[in-house]
Design a protein around this ligand. Sequence first.
Ligand code: NAD
Ligand code: MG
Length: 394
Amino acid sequence: MRRVTIFGATGSIGCSTVDLLLAAGGPEAFRTVALTGGRNVARLAAQARALRAELAVTAHDDCLPALREALAGSGIEAAAGPAALVEAADRPADWIMSAIVGAAGLAPGLRALRHGTTLALANKESLVTAGPLLLAEAARHGARILPVDSEHSAIFQALAGEDIAAVERVIITASGGAFRDWPLERLAAATLAEASTHPNWSMGQRITIDSASMFNKSMELIETREYFGIEPDRIEAVIHPESLVHALVGFRDGALMAHLGPPDMRHSIGYALNWPARADLPVARLDLAAIGSLTFRAPDPARYPALGLAREVMRIRGLAGAAFNAAKEAALDAFIAGRIPFTEMAVVVEAALARLSADPGLGNAPESLDMVQAMDHLARQVAQDVIAVRGGKD
Ligand code: NAD
Ligand code: MG
């Protein structure tokens, strides 16, 4: 029986993954080794019971008593804290979903690769912060990384059976987020509630806000560069408000292969779960005649300054991705806390990157988790300084 583990089981991607496992037979079809979550211990315990998991881990030590209580009588082990999370990755599993949000997802995923597992990677931050390290670790241990981000799953599918050397360009699509049609001068006053709604996708709050600012698409440009090894000048982002075409791959003969599907992550999660086979999945089928038309337009750099920052990160490479992501996470925290306006997030990240560029270490390749975490730590501090200097409220 296939052994599975889910990091970030209680989040948006995690819940969709649990749903797919249950729909495919649950404990009759899979042996669930470990599930991890955060403060929602009731959900984590319910998932662990439904899948008859061996272990449930909460990221927070103070949540352990509640988790133990929720699992009482089930025989399911409970554990807590960042070290327990990484230890869960040492438990042998054949398929591991990496769906923690943020830089915290890197350590458990990296550890899992040591055991030659298949890592279904939703945590794009792993590739943004440490792409070369992650791929080297997978190669060293014969592990496989399967992309789960919808655009990257789409590219992966369009490349099946193709020679990567014949790829001329890759285009990833973006919905444009919550503010795509707002007048530019209104953006600075966007509220947290407004930034936390997405026109097409239902996702966790952080990635939803990152979609409005297009920091999400910036991360995905870097993710494309790192995962597929495609040069930055061959990777484009285009606004496609319908979110039905997820990505397109252009070949040297002029052919453009597009991947279409409804905006439902259960497709790319299910694809990674069943790869290399395809299985029936409970996703809607597109009715093209009813849809009628698909539209595309170029993103406006003034509305989405994050895209330009991603280009700079891809130019520097090295630890610039770790710095970019950490500064972005700090700026996002500050926006969520009401300390800075929506438009200030890109200003903070740009200023933090500019300060860190003075350090020649920024161009060093990420060779270890320690190096990546040290740059992450430094960039968060620099971003905090920038926020304080620019008058962010405490
Ligand atoms: P979410 O916020 O809904 O869930 C995040 C999960 O991570 C939860 O289980 C939470 O408890 C856990 N978590 C949060 N902080 C943690 C920490 N410090 N340590 C350990 N666990 C922690 O997020 P999501 O929307 O499911 O996104 C998860 C990842 O997948 C992100 O990297 C996101 O960019 C990526 N992704 C999500 C979608 C989507 O549709 N939601 C699509 C593409 C990619
Ligand atoms: Mg995506």
